[in-house]
Structure formats: C-alpha cells, structure tokens
Write a protein that binds this ligand. Structure first.
Ligand SMILES: [Fe+2]
Length: 209
C-alpha cells in the first residue's frame, strides 16, 4: 500500500535503524511490517482531557523529521486512556487523568484495548503517539512487546530497568521484553512516538514493589 504517512514512517524508521545501532533489528521489523498495513477508516476519533490542554503546544515544539511525522498524522487520530482495569486506584486515576495515547497502526481485534481505533491495520506491530501532561507519574510497567519510543517534545525523567535519566527531544529508548520502564514529567508535557515491534497484542502490566 502506498500512503504518504506510511511512506514517511518507513523512511523515519529506516533512518533510525541506521542512526542507532541497537535499533537496527527493531527498525527492520517495523519497516517490514509497515509495508504490509491496511488503511482503515475509524468511525470514531475520541479525545481525552490532556489533548485539549497540551497537544497543540507540544506539537508546535517538535522539530525535524519526527515533528513532521507527528504533525502529518495527529489531526486524524483518536485518543484513549490505558489501564481501565486500574480505575479507582488513586495513583492510577491521577496518571490516567493526565495521559493519553493515540493508536496509529495496530491490530484490528484487540480485546484488552477494545476502545482503540487505529488508522492502519497490522497484526505485526502496534505504533502510535503518547502525550503526558505536566506532573504526571506513569508507574513502572512491563510488557512482552519489544518497544521503541522517541521523545518529540518535552523533557522528563525516564526509567529503563534500574536506570533513571532526564531526557528530552531527540532521545530514543529501546525496551526489550520485560524491561521495567516508567516516566515522570515535570513542568512540561511530553509528546512521544512509540512502536511495539513484536507482540502487538501483549498486555502491559503495572509493577508495584
Ligand atoms: Fe511500554
């Protein structure tokens, strides 16, 4: 399928695979899968509160090919909140209130993430956009999927395994299967592009020690 956004996403993934050695294999999986997506026409494009409060400014702050990619797709996406099974838990309610993600490429049938409306269908990968509002704690979590994400706007504290780092635009993270990761934002909202390059229907699990 030839599609301007998918072509640009494949090009971005190919560039990242060449730029960052540890991303070579994940980006080979992603570029291959993006060559086999189907265009969908989602009936609904829901929004969540953080989008109205912070998306426009975050998008405006993006630069380069990643910014171009996000600006090309964000007007068409729908937004949802994750972890409905944790509703009623104070820390998770606070997190969900300041967080949203927008599926762009993903499985057609997904019982765990039933509210999703991706723009492109794929049984191989799950990719999209994430927006964290300011002062949001996304607790440590794990999943089977091998995940890559790229920070497009905002600086935050990120956990990968036992290591925390403060990173902003231009940072790329690789989370192998089962590696704990978390995010804590400060005064800035953060905008990410993410891709699960394996196991797109795997279920993320919050890790509480
Ligand atoms: Fe993750």
């Amino acid at each position: 399928m030839s599609d301007p956004f998918i072509d640009a996403f494949r090009s971005f993934a190919g560039s990242e695979g060449a730029r960052v050695p540890e991303l070579e294999q994940p980006m080979a999986l992603l570029t291959g899968a993006l060559g086999r997506v189907t265009r969908l026409d989602p009936a609904e494009r829901p929004v969540v509160p953080v989008v109205g409060d912070h998306l426009a400014d975050a998008l405006e702050a993006t630069e380069g090919s990643l910014g171009d990619l996000l600006r090309a797709v964000v007007p068409d996406v729908g937004w949802v909140q994750p972890y409905p099974e944790h509703v009623g838990e104070p820390d998770m309610d606070a997190f969900r209130a300041g967080f949203g993600y927008a599926p762009v490429v993903g499985p057609l049938e997904n019982s765990y993430r039933s509210g999703e409306s991706p723009l492109y269908g794929s049984e191989e990968v799950f990719a999209g956009v994430v927006l964290h509002g300011p002062n949001v704690v996304y607790p440590s979590h794990v999943h089977r999927a091998v995940e890559v994400y790229w920070v497009a706007a905002g600086t935050a504290d990120w956990q990968k395994g036992d290591v925390w780092s403060s990173r902003g635009p231009g940072a790329a993270f690789l989370h192998e299967t089962g590696v704990r990761h978390a995010a804590v934002t400060g005064d800035e909202a953060t905008l990410l592009l993410f891709a699960w390059v394996t196991d797109p229907t795997s279920i993320p699990v919050i890790v509480r020690l």
